[in-house]
Design a protein around this ligand. Structure first.
Ligand code: NAD
Length: 325
């Protein structure tokens, strides 16, 4: 029997916890003993406006159930907002152990039509917002020698989705951010992972607004496959993985996970064994690449480098395997 995952004595910040996924993470962590900062700006699904309601209601729900929570209404999209969110954890609970960067919204549009306003707002909330909260969070975790970061990625970035170039670019950036936090944080008891959730939430309602025709390239799911998952594309199906990833028991770091319709899986970034050019200081020409393109793309043998240095090791292994060295 697996030991119960408890968070007694732990302090967690969850950004965008007034609705959807963040709300469910906050309720579940509090139910398991964590003291929680419920952050939410309280705007619409498209990120317009602000209100104290969203964060207040969730913090109240936690307290009514006997848990400990404070509400915070700062925007993650500014450096001052990020600092204030972390400060509210320190003011209310004296420390910080867990930081779930989850706040966000969508501003979809065709790639060629996206305006600066659509691009900037999305980069600000998802990518820069994660920096603004995670940097002060990291400093306090580093001092304490313990921390759990969970960044919220998206299948739109890792696999691709039409009309979301701004969002996919921001979410893709979070993968790099999480990797580096994991590497730098490894010396201080800090882990960092990226979760790609899937849920029929308020945000999902914004998903295809006004852009219902999906390019043929992206139409791979059959209606039968989709129907098989349909009643499990719900917020609570994501929460168990998020909770496990920020628990003390979870040693995973530098990893990416997907939760989709009750299927939980690690996502890996791999490089094929590839083709190693003959040794020497003369580079190959484009025709050599064309001649070996099948091998370059063949991922039967592949490597999963965890740092840029690891890739040199992978290259040496490939060169040995191919008899080049
Ligand atoms: P949601 O709209 O239900 O919740 C997002 C919350 O973030 C809202 O309560 C909103 O007020 C808050 N927020 C927005 N801007 C903010 C800001 N500047 N500062 C503080 N709070 C702010 O959406 P959700 O589906 O629960 O999404 C949560 C996260 O999961 C988002 O990062 C989203 O991109 C990501 N995600 C969702 C799905 C999905 O299928 N729902 C898929 C992949 C990724």
């Amino acid at each position: 029997m697996t030991e119960a995952l408890r968070f007694d004595g732990r302090v967690a910040i969850i950004t965008g916890a007034g609705n959807g996924l963040g709300k469910d993470y906050a309720l579940e962590l509090a139910r398991r003993g964590a003291r929680v900062v419920v952050n939410d700006l309280g705007g619409s699904g498209a990120g317009v406006g602000a209100s104290t309601n969203a964060a207040d209601l969730v913090a109240e729900e936690i307290r009514d159930a006997g848990g400990k929570a404070v509400a915070n209404y700062d925007s993650v999209s500014t450096r001052e907002g990020g600092a204030a969110i972390v400060q509210s954890a320190l003011d209310a609970f004296g420390k910080l152990d867990i930081c779930i960067n989850n706040a966000g919204f969508l501003r979809n549009g065709r790639f060629e039509d996206l305006t600066d306003q659509q691009i900037d707002a999305i980069i600000d909330v998802h990518l820069k917002g994660a920096f603004y909260v995670a940097q002060p969070a990291y400093r306090t975790m580093r001092q304490n020698g313990y921390g759990r970061f969970l960044f919220t990625g998206s299948a739109s970035a890792m696999f691709g989705h039409a009309w979301q170039a701004n969002y996919a670019a921001a979410k893709g950036g979070l993968m790099g951010l999480s990797h580096v936090v994991a590497i730098e944080g490894s010396a201080y008891g800090i882990t960092s992972n990226l979760l790609m959730p899937t849920a029929q939430s308020r945000l999902a309602d914004e998903m295809d607004t006004g852009f219902m025709e999906i390019p043929a390239f992206a139409q791979s799911v059959t209606s039968a496959d989709y129907a098989a998952s349909a009643d499990r594309i719900e917020v609570p199906f994501n929460t168990p993985l998020a909770v496990y990833l920020v628990s003390e028991q979870c040693a995973s770091t530098h990893d990416i996970y997907t939760a989709n319709s009750g299927r939980y899986a690690k996502v890996r970034i791999c490089a094929a064994d590839g083709w190693v050019a003959p040794m020497g200081s003369t580079p190959p020409v484009a025709e050599d690449i064309a001649a070996h393109f099948g091998r370059i793309c063949d991922s039967d043998i592949h490597h999963e480098p965890l740092t840029v240095y690891d890739e040199f090791t992978a290259v040496a292994k490939a060169a040995r395997r191919q008899g080049v060295i």
